[in-house]
Ligand binder design. Structure first.
Ligand SMILES: Cc1cc2nc3c(=O)[nH]c(=O)nc-3n(C[C@H](O)[C@H](O)[C@H](O)COP(=O)(O)OP(=O)(O)OC[C@H]3O[C@@H](n4cnc5c(N)ncnc54)[C@H](O)[C@@H]3O)c2cc1C
Length: 340
């Protein structure tokens, strides 16, 4: 059973759905075309396999900048709860299917020439480009929120090093310590945020029963607070939790990471551990490629075709208004498959 399946059973948080397997994938490919996919997360890796299955003669290249992304599990149990689930498409599986995997950072897209510029100085030609770059943190104008503060108050939102730092900070939490989870108004992954709040509450209950958790939830509706209250009760999590909503002043106005202090509309808080989640937008290369609108996300039709460039396809979390879960990523590939 995969880690995600266990989570489904334990929490029921991530809606399951029947997702079609590969078929063919989009926008009229010729047999000898070169299809290039940017991003080897669940969406990009699945798309590479779908393309290969549908078009055996197609040249398929998958570009990924993070060498750990397709590696085997590292087995850091304490941090595992703070990292996204891995794609089922491992490096060996991709290679066995004849997919070329290139480790590089795509820095620019020349749509006219059909070329990608890569950080290494290389470039890559494409006939059809699929962008699956996931998300990136959005800068916020909050007093005191500099690089040092972001280091001390890890988001652990897709970054394995931050996940390990957060886990280490929780392991060092004083007996009656205080943990703060900050959630921004524009929350990219509501279900992940709910899961995070439950993980923190469970960890405190299990390891520091005298400690407490405060959730600063600046999202505009009480939906998350209500889901948390229900899940906490159903799961019998016996932790002291204060949930502060936007209406109660959850918005953060300033931070002092060294002092562990957060200024909010509800007053000043002191914490031993701060899990500071920023708002996110589509991965930066989507903006560079001209696929992002004012919302920071990629507007697409149901099949992933960009509304800003009809020859571009966007998959996974980067799309505007999508469900940012594994099933959402898989569905985005399956829907694109129908275009072949
Ligand atoms: C902490 C956390 C926990 C989660 N837990 C769950 C869960 O339990 N269940 C669930 O269903 N969902 C979960 N999710 C959501 C799920 O992980 C995402 O919906 C899914 O990973 C989206 O896949 P993706 O391929 O679109 O993007 P990503 O997984 O973000 O992959 C994008 C990839 O693109 C690469 N990339 C970006 N830009 C470039 C570039 N310029 N050049 C080269 N490569 C680039 C990145 O390095 C990355 O590997 C979680 C998310 C987070 C943040």
């Amino acid at each position: 059973m995969t880690r995600l399946t266990r989570r489904h059973l334990a929490l029921g948080l991530f809606a399951t759905s029947a997702v079609a397997a590969a078929g063919g994938i989009g926008l009229a490919l010729a047999p000898s075309d070169r299809a290039v996919i940017v991003g080897a997360g669940p969406a990009g890796a699945q798309a590479a396999l779908a393309l290969r299955a549908a078009h055996p003669a197609l040249r398929v290249t998958l570009l990924e900048r993070d060498p750990t992304r397709l590696a085997r599990e590292t087995g850091d149990a304490a941090a595992a709860a703070f990292v996204p689930p891995r794609t089922e498409a491992t490096l060996s599986r991709l290679k066995a299917q004849g997919i070329e995997v290139m480790l590089d950072d795509v820095t620019d897209v020349d749509w006219t020439a059909g070329r990608l510029s890569l950080f290494s100085g290389r470039d890559a030609a494409f006939d059809r480009l699929y962008l699956a770059p996931g998300t990136t943190a959005k800068a916020e104008a909050i007093e005191g929120l500099d690089a040092e503060a972001r280091f001390a108050m890890p988001a652990a939102w897709g970054n394995a090093r931050e996940a390990r730092r957060l886990a280490a900070q929780l392991a060092a939490l004083p007996e009656a310590g205080h943990v703060v989870l900050r959630l921004p108004a524009e929350l990219s992954h509501p279900q992940v945020a709910l899961h995070r709040a439950l993980v923190l509450a469970r960890r405190i209950a299990a390891t520091r029963p005298a400690a407490r958790l405060t959730v600063l939830d600046a999202t505009p509706t009480p939906a998350l607070a209500q889901s948390f209250a229900m899940a906490k009760r159903l799961q019998g999590i016996d932790a002291q939790v204060a949930w502060i909503t936007a209406a109660e002043g959850a918005g953060v106005t300033a931070v002092d990471a060294r002092a562990g202090r957060i200024e909010t509309g509800a007053g000043s808080l002191r914490a031993d551990v701060i899990n500071f989640v920023p708002p996110h937008v589509a991965g930066a290369i989507a903006r560079t490629a001209g696929l992002v609108d004012a919302s920071g996300w990629c507007p697409c039709d149901a099949r992933g075709r960009s509304m800003l460039r009809s020859d571009a396809v966007v998959l996974g979390d980067a799309r505007k208004g999508t469900a940012r879960t594994l099933d959402g990523a898989r569905l985005s590939v399956a829907a694109t498959v129908a275009q072949a």
